[in-house]
Design a binder for this molecule. Structure first.
Ligand code: KIV
Length: 249
């Protein structure tokens, strides 16, 4: 296990973990100073390419964005999402995870799912590929983005899957849109850090899409707090530039 991962796990119950997404070098270099984890999320499909679903994100696209992100990351743990249909079998997952790790020089990969991909995750970890889990709403297969874990059956299933992933050896897991008391229970029951998105403050850390929290991407999602309006700031700069150029006429 690499030192960055050991340090991350050691933060559990000590200090909150900060995770944000980056899709390119300049943003990554800003995040790197302040984040524990920089995630190259396949959310880039909707944020940058207007795709309806992350299913449309290709392997090549993830690799190219990750290579750019790596240029800006020095100290943070860099995690790359394995895109849809790149980890259907252990053999496929291993081949693709190895390519991601070697081409992008990231520290770990993230896979969505629980019981269905347990064996695949276990095989990756056995082959020394560090894996981050992802439970709750799974955008690569989700039919709806409603909160998970309100019903008892679903609650028990997600809790079981969290323990299963821990047993498989993941070093951390994202809990996406998991009901607050379930997020609290999972966080208490497992020894690795949980990173929440729309899963309450009960997790060991939080993740958001950087373009959302900076206001570069205009979306309205209940759990996304906007901390600035980058669109306005950039537009102001463009208008000032335009004025100056016009004045040269
Ligand atoms: O794709 C992504 O950006 C993610 C995070 C939002 C957890 O998986």
């Amino acid at each position: 296990m690499n030192n960055k991962i050991k340090k991350l796990i050691a933060k559990k119950n000590r200090s909150k973990i900060i995770c944000l997404t980056a899709y390119s070098k300049n943003i990554a270099s800003i995040l790197d100073k302040h984040c524990d984890i920089v995630l190259v999320g396949d959310s880039l499909g909707s944020v940058l390419y207007n795709y309806k679903s992350t299913k449309q994100v290709s392997f090549k696209t993830m690799i190219e964005h990750s290579k750019s992100v790596k240029l800006g990351v020095k100290k943070s743990l860099m995690v790359v999402d394995m895109p849809f249909n790149t980890y259907r079998t252990s053999k496929e997952a291993l081949k693709n995870a190895k390519t991601i790790m070697s081409k992008t020089k990231c520290d770990a990969v993230k896979l969505e799912g629980g019981r269905k991909i347990y064996k695949i995750i276990k095989d990756l970890i056995k082959s020394k590929i560090p894996v981050m889990g992802h439970l709750g709403v799974l955008p690569q297969s989700a039919k709806s983005f409603k909160f998970k874990g309100k019903k008892l059956i679903e609650r028990n299933k997600i809790l079981k899957e969290a323990k299963l992933l821990e047993g498989a050896g993941v070093f951390s897991m994202v809990l996406e849109c998991v009901e607050s008391s379930l997020a609290k229970l999972i966080t208490k029951e497992i020894r690795i850090p949980t990173i929440g998105i729309g899963a309450s403050s009960n997790c060991d850390g939080q993740v958001l899409v950087t373009d959302d929290l900076t206001g570069l991407n205009s979306i309205n999602v209940r759990f996304v707090k906007r901390y600035s309006n980058l669109r306005k700031i950039i537009e102001r700069a463009v208008i000032d530039y335009k004025k100056e150029v016009k004045n040269l006429e």
